[in-house]
Design a protein around this ligand. Structure first.
Ligand code: AR6
Length: 176
């Protein structure tokens, strides 16, 4: 993995629901019906419109698989879209977790490009209830986003939004 960063990548500490970007990414679960953590915060702040669209997607395609992503309105949030991606539950590292986490970042960025998103904010997917080791998750996130940006010129800004101190310190170290 190379950690060469790109000047389109930014790091902030705080609440992703407050970030001014075209799209924010949600660390959802396969049901798409909401939950705790960042998922709960996004649905609370964005209002019921987000869940309504999630339900429609669910009835069409039966939710969202681990490593995949879907897009909805952002409801009352400042962002235009919420991209819901489902991170892997950490299971010791032998259940394809690294590949699946990488896929979350890549699929979210692909969906962003398709929807003409220029700026996008990511939370630290899988590093909460899903227990993915934070340092490894950060390396994967930065590596996958940097690789994507090398091949893509339409995304102008990618913001990593760290909510907890530990993630913020890890990202600060890796991005400096
Ligand atoms: N803004 C940005 N980041 C946040 C916020 C926020 N408002 N709140 C928490 N985080 P988690 P997961 C960070 O547990 O591990 C849900 O119930 C938090 O510090 O939200 O992918 C879903 O429905 C952590 O670093 O997501 C799923 O069932 C990161 O968000 C399950 O949790 C991810 O923690 C997904 O688990």
């Amino acid at each position: 993995m190379s950690f060469v960063s790109d000047d389109r990548i930014k790091l902030i500490k705080g609440d992703i629901t407050k970030v001014k970007v075209d799209a924010i990414v949600n660390a959802a679960n396969s049901s798409l019906l909401g939950g705790g953590g960042v998922d709960g915060a996004i649905h609370r702040a964005g209002g019921p419109e987000i869940l309504e669209e999630c339900r429609k997607i669910r009835s069409k395609q039966g939710g969202c698989k681990t490593g995949e992503a879907v897009i909805t309105t952002a409801g009352k949030l400042q962002a235009r879209y919420v991209i819901h991606t489902v991170g892997p539950v950490w299971n010791g590292g032998r259940s394809n977790e690294e590949y699946l986490l990488r896929s979350c970042y890549r699929k979210s960025l692909e969906l962003a490009v398709k929807n003409d998103v220029k700026s996008i904010a990511f939370p630290n997917i899988s590093t909460g209830v899903y227990r993915f080791p934070k340092e490894l998750a950060a390396k994967i996130a930065i590596d996958e986003v940097s690789n994507f940006l090398k091949e893509n010129n339409s995304i102008e800004q990618v913001i990593f939004v760290c909510f907890d101190n530990e993630n913020y310190e890890i990202y600060s170290k890796l991005l400096k």
